[in-house]
Design a protein around this ligand. Structure first.
Ligand SMILES: *[C@@H]1O[C@H](CO)[C@@H](O)[C@H](O)[C@H]1NC(C)=O
Length: 312
């Protein structure tokens, strides 16, 4: 006997809504009050993608977790084709490598979109986040430098020099994750789709977001001694799990055409973002910062963007 089907609906409906809203990263309940965030520590987000780099990822994660400035480490796994079993083992291994008080957790991303690396997460309880790729090993000194600098950059913002910071290693206010992912209305949705279409430029877009906020230059800064292990997505050879030297040798070969293509794409992104967002907040070159990770920046020269190696 069905007594009152509406009663059941009334009860079930809010439950269904709740589970929907909790899966929406932009649900307001996911936005933390900035006053509740710690400013004496930082959350580290490591973008993991390549299974062949898992050993390096583990050593990176355990280096970060042992630093006193780190509150927690989140490994964001962006490769949807990695078997669940591998990830379960990785999660287990990571839990074994967290010696210090900072926990390491593994999160499987909902897609391979590069935008997902900037999703706001309720578990981020610090005012600043450090975002890095699984292929960039930063020595302790640079990390210390970055963290000390972060406070300055984040709170007083030295818009001194560089306008673009690569995702490979950046420190920013955690609230910018929200602005990137949930703010900016239709125009931001459009440029986030551009990132998906180009499979590139999420770092440039984040720089637009930050530059807009601070009305000046940017944030951090790849430290001087960053070791780049190659990025499978951009380079097409990093997935081979090559070691440092070997890898860079391989990358040198035939790099020029790829590099030209990569630059062109990044130039296209900047133009597209400029057009859609109707402003151009990036002001300076990033050539110098990025040299250590083997990339070239775009510089503003006489009102036009040119490759920085043509700058002088
Ligand atoms: C987990 O650790 C074991 C033992 O060190 C290792 O053999 C295995 O490859 C690791 N697997 C992953 C996915 O990290």
């Amino acid at each position: 006997m069905q007594k009152n089907p509406y009663l059941a609906l009334l009860i079930l409906w809010p439950l269904a809504l709740m589970s929907l809203s909790s899966s929406n990263p932009c649900d307001p309940s996911n936005q933390r009050d900035p006053r509740s965030l710690r400013s004496d520590q930082i959350t580290v987000l490591i973008n993991g993608y390549s299974e062949s780099r898992i050993p390096l990822l583990r050593s990176l994660a355990s280096t970060y977790t042992s630093a006193p400035q780190v509150s927690s480490v989140l490994v964001l796994w962006g490769n949807p084709s990695t078997p669940a079993q591998t990830l379960a083992r990785l999660a287990h291994n990571l839990s074994l490598s967290s010696f210090g008080p900072a926990p390491i957790s593994l999160v499987r991303q909902r897609s391979n979109s590069l935008n997902d690396r900037f999703l706001p997460r309720f578990s981020i309880g610090t005012r600043a986040v450090l975002i890095c790729d699984d292929d960039v090993e930063v020595d302790a000194k640079s990390f210390e430098f970055a963290f000390k600098g972060a406070k300055q950059w984040i709170y007083t913002v030295h818009g001194d020099k560089y306008s673009i910071v690569l995702t490979k290693f950046m420190v920013l206010k955690s609230e910018y994750l929200w602005k990137y992912s949930c703010g900016g209305g239709a125009q931001m949705s459009e440029v986030r789709r551009t990132v998906d279409r180009m499979m590139n430029c999420e770092d440039i877009l984040m720089n637009f977001v930050v530059a807009d906020e601070v009305k000046a230059g940017p944030i951090l800064v790849g430290a001087e001694r960053v070791r780049d292990w190659g990025d499978a997505r951009n380079d097409g050879d990093g997935g081979m799990g090559l070691k440092d030297e070997e890898g860079s040798r391989v990358r040198e070969v035939g790099l020029s055409s790829r590099r030209t293509e990569h630059r062109k794409r990044r130039g296209d992104c900047i133009r597209e973002f400029h057009k859609v967002l109707g402003r151009m907040p990036l002001r300076y070159n990033y050539g110098k910062v990025v040299n250590s990770v083997g990339e070239q920046g775009l510089c503003l020269k006489g009102g036009r963007l040119v490759f920085c190696d043509q700058y002088q």
